[in-house]
Design a protein around this ligand. Structure first.
Ligand code: FFO
Length: 303
């Protein structure tokens, strides 16, 4: 499967449309791409042509499932993949030129500081497990209704009505986009049951192929595996689709190094227990075997 990724990387680098993007870094981009992976026998889509920090990616997914939108629990676990956005806002609004490590430490140590500066707004976690609802009052005013837990609803629909075409988790809450630090990239997940196997599909509106993709693909597969475990289904396929799939121009060294490598080996995932629900998984429940990647390739993240 990894050749699908490397081929896409090469095609974008050679033929992608070049533009100055929102971040100012510049990208080359292709529109409308698909990558498929079969989850049978515990297999997981982990790139082998560079080390992917699957525990970091898993911690992010588990954090989404808690409904949390503050980076504090991530920073407390040494996960800094979201720190740049609150840090950027803090620097702009205060003029304080604090570095990432010091900012993260302050987020962990100072609860009030974290509450003031660590929140990303109603991003994935909020929309996934507590999508806001509104109820009309008699006088034409609206009151907040109970939030919708889309993840719990999908477990329910997969269990009661596996043949449904509505097993969807949506992050793109149009009314709340302005309040988010970043609008969702991996915005829509849909699940499908056939012959007792659960497949998962992701529609990603914008994909940083050099950096984010490896995390996004892992998380799609992990979420699908967790749902399969909870719903007593076998893992099927994952189908990743990207709309604007791009390479940042400052990822040239990564692209060059990674395209010179050849995929080798494959990784599997086993759960060490069956947690009581989708909201009870811990990092210790994940056991990855057979992962022997080539060296990590560092690349800067565009903020
Ligand atoms: N912003 C950009 N520019 N690209 C992205 O993929 C994303 N994301 C979210 C939101 N913002 C984004 C953040 N996800 C890394 C990985 C995932 C991220 C952000 C950064 C990253 O730097 N990974 C490094 C190692 C990080 C580490 O040391 O733990 C790597 O994989 O080499 C898309 O979801």
């Amino acid at each position: 499967w990894e050749w699908q990724y490397l081929d896409l990387m090469r095609r974008i680098w050679e033929h992608g449309d070049e533009r100055v993007d929102r971040t100012g870094v510049g990208t080359r981009s292709l529109f409308g791409e698909t990558i498929r992976f079969d989850l049978a026998h515990g297999a997981m889509p982990l790139l082998t042509t560079k080390r992917v920090y699957w525990k970091t990616a898993s911690r992010e997914l588990l954090w989404f499932l808690t409904g949390e939108t503050n980076i504090r629990p991530l920073c407390a676990q040494g996960v800094e993949i979201w720190t740049d956005w609150p840090l950027d806002r803090y620097r702009r609004e205060t003029g304080d030129e604090i570095d990432c490590a010091a900012f993260s430490r302050r987020i962990v140590e100072d609860e009030a500081f974290a509450a003031r500066w660590g929140d990303l707004g109603p991003v994935y976690g909020k929309q996934w497990v507590d999508w806001p609802t509104y109820q009309a009052e008699g006088d034409g005013l609206f009151r907040r209704g109970p939030g919708i837990n889309q993840v719990a609803q999908v477990v329910d629909s997969l269990t009661r009505n596996p043949g449904s075409r509505r097993h969807i988790i949506e992050g793109w809450n149009v009314a709340e986009l302005d309040a988010m630090a970043l609008p969702p990239c991996h915005k829509t997940y849909q699940f499908h049951v056939a012959n007792g196997r659960l497949s998962g599909m992701l529609f990603q509106r914008s994909c940083d192929l050099g950096l984010g993709f490896a995390f996004n693909m892992w998380s799609l597969a992990l979420l699908t595996r967790m749902l399969a475990q909870q719903c007593n289904l076998e893992p099927g396929e994952v189908v990743w689709t990207g709309a604007d799939v791009h390479l940042y121009l400052n990822h040239a060294p990564l692209v060059e190094q990674q395209l010179a490598r050849t995929p080798e080996g494959s990784a599997t995932l086993r759960f060490t227990r069956r947690p009581a629900s989708m909201f009870d998984y811990r990092i210790e429940d994940l056991e990855v075997r057979g992962y022997a990647p080539q060296a990590h390739i560092a690349a800067p993240v565009a903020v």
